[in-house]
Write a protein that binds this ligand. Structure first.
Ligand code: FPP
Ligand code: MG
Length: 293
């Protein structure tokens, strides 16, 4: 059915392209296509499509934990010939929007990859400084956001936080303190984060317990390692989304994603839309239905 519809769509497209070579059609068609009326029609149709998709995904099991690798801020800027930090700024605004969409779907756990240990070693000091400023502003804005308090969202940051400057660590302390008693939703920001580093840190903690005689060698199992991860207080992700066309994991939640569904989309993070989020969830649900779990 879907294939027949797509083939029909391609046929209509090729007829339209053929017709457009005739100026008598192409000129008025161009005027109509760039008019406000056409744009409002397109955005109305998009809204209807998005709402329909939302209804569909809410009729099925929504993932409990969604993790996002927010990639493509710089490419977004380069394509538009704007400064890199504007792309990051738009990325920060996008994160707030996505949080609203996730809360609206009642997804209890959201985690995002905001800065990797590799980023700290590879990016210029200028870019890092503007990113650090962004994290401070973003976290401070979130700590004052009535939605965070009304919806009782606990916010935490995980990673090798000691690698971050003091003002970022203070902003983290501030939001963690203000939201520490909430338990309806948990929003985790991975900062100065690396999946391998996290596993190393967990193994060190277990080794220390073993050397103190608190745990026997044969008691060390996957549950023990999981309990020492930075993310010990949240379930493994059901769905990992990566934007911007790269199809790799880049050291994100390596241990935790052993059984997660992965969804890659070409859109750059600042352009990620509600429809894109719903499509990712829809694809997760379709895959789950296919193998019946
Ligand atoms: C990846 O795109 C993005 C980052 C390294 C930074 C992400 C940060 C934010 C979205 C702001 C988060 C804000 C808070 C408050 C947590 P990139 O720079 O790798 O872009 P590219 O892939 O096009 O090079
Ligand atoms: Mg990138």
């Amino acid at each position: 059915m879907g294939r027949t519809r797509r083939a029909a769509g391609r046929r209509v497209d090729s007829i339209a392209k053929w017709l457009l070579q005739f100026r008598i059609i192409a000129i008025p068609a161009g005027i109509i296509a760039s008019s406000n009326l056409a744009w409002s029609l397109v955005s109305r149709t998009d809204r209807i499509r998005t709402n329909r998709l939302k209804e569909r995904i809410l009729n099925d099991e929504v993932p409990k934990h969604v993790s996002i690798i927010m990639d493509g801020n710089r490419r977004f800027s380069w394509h538009r010939k704007i400064e890199t930090n504007i792309g990051h700024e738009k990325g920060k605004e996008k994160l707030k929007e996505v949080m609203d969409w996730v809360l609206d779907l009642k997804i209890p756990y959201l985690s995002v990859y905001a800065l990797s240990t590799e980023n700290i070693n590879e990016r210029s000091q200028k870019e890092l400084d503007s990113l650090y400023e962004l994290y401070c502003n973003g976290l401070n804005e979130m700590s004052e956001d009535p939605k965070i308090h009304n919806m009782k969202v606990k916010v935490q940051a995980v990673g090798r936080l000691e690698m971050l400057p003091n003002d970022v660590r203070n902003a983290i302390k501030n939001i963690e303190e203000k939201t520490k008693d909430y338990s309806e939703f948990l929003f985790t920001v991975c900062l100065a984060y690396g999946g391998r580093e996290e596993i190393v840190d967990a193994v060190r903690k277990v080794a220390e317990e073993h050397s103190k005689g608190e745990i026997k060698l044969e008691e060390i199992d996957t549950n023990k390692i999981s309990s020492k991860l930075y993310t010990a207080n949240l379930p493994d992700p059901d769905l990992v989304i990566r934007t911007s066309g790269e199809e790799r994991i880049s050291n994100f939640l390596l241990w935790q994603i052993a059984y997660s569904e992965l969804h890659f989309t070409d859109v750059h993070w600042p352009s990620f839309s509600k429809q894109d989020l719903y499509e990712a969830i829809d694809s997760y649900q379709r895959r789950k239905r296919r193998y019946g779990s």
